[in-house]
Structures are given as C-alpha cells and as structure tokens.
Design a protein around this ligand. Structure first.
Ligand code: ADP
Ligand code: MG
Length: 474
C-alpha cells in the first residue's frame, strides 16, 4: 500500500499546524470521550483519539468487505438459529470455559421454556486487516465478527469531516473531496427503529443496556439521538437496574418500573467481570422476555471465537447456508487460517507447530474487548504449559495477519505529537432484522477504520491502543 501523504508526513511545521486544527475540529464535530478520571460525568470531556491523516486502504479490498457484509449477516443469523451446530461446536469449550458455559446455560434454558421473542435484531461489525502476501499484493482477512456491543459506529460517523478539513489545511483539497460519506449511527438506528416498529407497541421504549463506567457515552448518544429524532423513546439502564426494576408479565413482556421495553440494545455484557449473581439473574430475565434483544444470547454465542474457528472448517458453511454457494465463496475468501486446539491429534499437531514457530500465529481465548490474545514468546510459554491439559480447549489458534505499515500521527489528549509506524483494521457494520423466519432487513451500515502503532499486537480504541481513522481509497 503506497503511503498517500509522503510529502507532508515529515514536514514538522505543517503537521503541527494541522494537528491543532484537527483536535479542535474533532471537539467541534463531537468526536468525544469522557475522561478516565470522570467517566460518569460530562463536565470534563476530551476528544476521542484519532489519526491526523486518513489511512490508505486498497479500494478493491474495501469494496470486497462491503460486498460480503450481507452474507455475514445471513451467516450469523443462521448460526444463531442452529441449536445442533452451537451445541456441537461449543461442547468442548464449555467444559473448560465457565463464562461461555454460563451463557450457554441461559441459551438452553430459554429454548426449553420456548422463545417469547419473535422479532430479532442483529447489529454486528466484521473486522479485517489487509494481509501483505509475499508477492506484495494485499488480501482482505477477517480478524473476527463482533455480534455484541460493536462500538464506535457513532463517533466514526463524525471523523470523516475532521479528516476532510485536515486534508484541506494541508493543501490536499482534491484528495479531501474523495473521502467517502459514512454514517453507521444512522444505519444502526434504522435497524433498531425497524425492530421497535415490528414489536408493535407505540408506548414501549428502547433500552440501552449500558456499563457501570460510561466513558464512551458519546458514541452511544449518536445512535440514541437518531432514535429520539424518530420519536422513539430511549432509556439507559445497567444490569443492576434491570435486577431492581425489571419484571415480566404473563405474556413475558418486559417492564422496567412499569414501562414496557420493546428493544434491549446491549452495550455491555460480553465480559465475565460484569456478571455477579444478580446480573446473571437480570440477563436471564431479559433473555426470557418477549423484548427484541440485540443480540439475543444465541447470536452472542454465534460470535464466539470457537464458532469462528469451526466456520472455517471444510464443509461447515455449506451445511449452514445451503443453496447459497456464492455467499459461501465470498465469505470463505476472507478467512484466515483458523485451528482448533481441542484434545486429539489435530490439536496436538497444530500446538506443536505453534510452539516451534509462534510468530506465525495468534492464540485467542473466548474473550471480547481487546487485550486477551497472546503472541510470540508469550504464546509459546502459555501453549507449552497447557498443551497437555484440557485447558488448551478454551483457546483457538489463528494465522497472524501481517499488514504493511504506514506512517501517521496518533492524536491523543496529553500525548506528544510524534510520527508512528501504523497498521489499520477495517470494520464493516451489518444490520439485519428478522420477523419469525423472514429476514425483513439486511444491510451494510457503514464502516470503521481503526489504526494503531505496530508495537502493539492487540487492542482496540476502548482499550487505549487503536485510534479512530478514515479510509482513503487507493
Ligand atoms: P477482541 O474480541 O478482543 O477484539 P480480536 O480477535 O478482535 O479480539 O483481537 C484483538 C486485536 O488483536 C485485533 O483488533 C487485532 O489488532 C489483533 N489481532 C487479532 N487477531 C489477529 C491476527 N490473526 N493477526 C494479527 N493481529 C490480530
Ligand atoms: Mg476485536
């Protein structure tokens, strides 16, 4: 990938001037985050970290990522409805991973009672890196698909304007005019609004299930405000509020202190640490209810790394999406090598290969949110330790993707302005709504580009590693 801004990236004076303009533009545009010191008040806020310059993205790969998003929506939805597949795929994992096991128990319990929910809303984000092959041509490789609490669709709806201004300041108005419009906030709200409408109660509200620590509230507000503008009421509640105020009526309609809830949009609930016994009880109440959960627990399970690994196995996609050979081909073309560490010969072999050559792989536990994966020497040490124990099964192995770095500046509050060698990860948001068995909406809803310095192997924006970016197609 040719660096698009070679002429300006080393021009210290131009960079300094552009950075000052960029930071103020981000504040004006609402690319905001609360501070670590005051994560639950908006008295003091700062700009969310972002790149000074848009990053070059190969046009063909960008288009490929958009073109496969409806296929991924279809696939996630199919997996979520396939009890046999989820059961078989997660059987080994839930023996050793308590968190996945607990989610699975709720999944089974809700199925045994019989689903009250009839409208289903999926909001996901499929993330990719551009793998630099030996011949120098880049290939689109999926990192993972996030089926719960996929974030930054709100803030990134506002970063394109900032980068357009920066390019203008740097005398690159021709390039500035080529930045693509992008508004995931609108797309996500459209899906939520459709689900709310199909639920069919004017009085019912949309409930954002939010964290105790709400640093990233502005990202969520972007989506909330789109809903208010459509005259849909939004409430923000935590698991603890659900435990204290939530109830179901005889037909399992969900009420919060007497107010009916049509849609529960989870921005929380994907890490084990948030669940004490009361919060598990709250989660069960929500899952048993008729309210549209985004995602329902089956769809959360469909986003586990173990499922991702099994999807890459020969013949699996054919079983899950019969009659969709073209979608299957598009999906498969984005897969990197993924390997099961289940007990047995196949797992033994790949574990030995990874121990011998750890830099070829990433070792991933069944966790979300960044900072959990293992690389290099650490991968080798951990795998050495667990290779003969059942604990091995709670991980998967994946080929390490190696993108071509480019120079950029990562703008962060209270940090010095310095050039970094960076790599980027492209996410495409997908939204779909199903009523009974009929898919009534299936769309790509915009994109997110996140960029980080190459010295960080892992981690996203919320984890403080990556920053928001805008693709510049080349
Ligand atoms: P999480 O659920 O924690 O976000 P990811 O699978 O997205 O897990 O991994 C977190 C980060 O680790 C990614 O954003 C990416 O930067 C890096 N990463 C993950 N898988 C790979 C891979 N196969 N090759 C290179 N980097 C990877
Ligand atoms: Mg991720």
């Amino acid at each position: 990938m040719a660096a698009a801004w070679q002429d300006v990236v080393r021009d210290a004076a131009a960079v300094r001037e552009a950075a000052a303009v960029a930071v103020d533009a981000a504040l004006l545009a609402g690319v905001l985050m609360r501070t670590g010191e005051q994560p639950n008040a908006s008295d003091v806020v700062n700009y969310a970290p972002f790149t000074l310059l848009p990053s070059a993205v190969p046009r063909a790969l960008f288009e490929q990522a958009y073109a496969v998003q409806q296929d991924f929506n279809l696939l996630v939805d199919a997996v979520s409805q396939n009890k046999e597949f989820l059961e078989q795929t997660l059987a080994s994992t839930i023996k050793v991973d308590d968190f996945t096991a607990r989610l699975f128990r709720i999944y089974k319990q809700v199925l045994e009672e019989g689903l009250a929910q009839t409208v289903f809303l999926g909001i996901n984000r499929s993330d990719y890196m551009f793998d630099c092959g030996l011949e120098g041509t880049a290939a689109l490789r999926q990192i993972e698909i996030n089926t719960i609490a996929a974030s930054f669709g709100g803030l990134t709806s506002r970063t394109t304007d900032v980068h357009r201004l920066v390019l203008n300041v740097l005398g690159k108005s021709e390039e500035a005019s080529q930045l693509l419009p992008n508004n995931p906030a609108k797309g996500l709200a459209l899906g939520i609004a459709k689900a709310w409408e199909l639920y069919g109660s004017q009085r019912a509200v949309v409930m954002f299930l939010v964290e105790d620590v709400q640093r990233n509230i502005f990202d969520q507000r972007c989506v909330e405000n789109e809903l208010w503008n459509r005259n849909i009421r939004v409430v923000r509640k935590r698991f603890r509020d659900v435990f204290e105020q939530g109830s179901l009526d005889a037909s399992r309609r969900l009420y919060m202190d007497g107010q009916e809830v049509a849609v529960v949009y989870y921005r929380e609930g994907y890490v084990p640490q948030v669940y004490d016994e009361q919060n598990w009880e709250a989660r069960l109440l929500l899952e048993r209810s008729r309210a549209v959960k985004c995602p329902d627990i089956a769809t959360q399970l469909a986003g586990t790394k173990k499922v991702q690994q099994e999807l890459s196995r020969q013949g699996t996609l054919e079983k899950l999406l019969p009659g969709h050979p073209e979608a299957i081909a598009r999906i498969r073309a984005t897969f990197a090598g993924l390997y099961s560490l289940d007990e047995g010969e196949e797992g033994d072999r790949i574990a030995a290969t990874a121990i011998a050559d750890p830099d070829r792989f990433v070792l991933k536990p069944q966790r979300e949110g960044g900072g959990n994966n293992l690389y290099g020497e650490e991968l080798r040490e951990v795998l050495e330790k667990i290779k003969d124990s059942p604990e091995r099964t709670s991980y998967i192995l994946m080929d390490k993707i190696k993108p071509q770095p480019a120079l950029n500046y990562l703008l962060r509050a209270h940090s010095p302005l310095q050039v970094s060698e960076c790599i980027s990860e492209l996410g495409i948001f997908g939204v779909y709504v199903r009523q009974g068995r009929e898919l009534v909406l299936n769309q790509a809803a915009g994109h997110l580009l996140r960029t980080k310095a190459i010295e960080h192997a892992d981690g996203g924006v919320a984890a403080g590693v990556a920053v928001l970016d805008t693709p510049y197609l080349v």
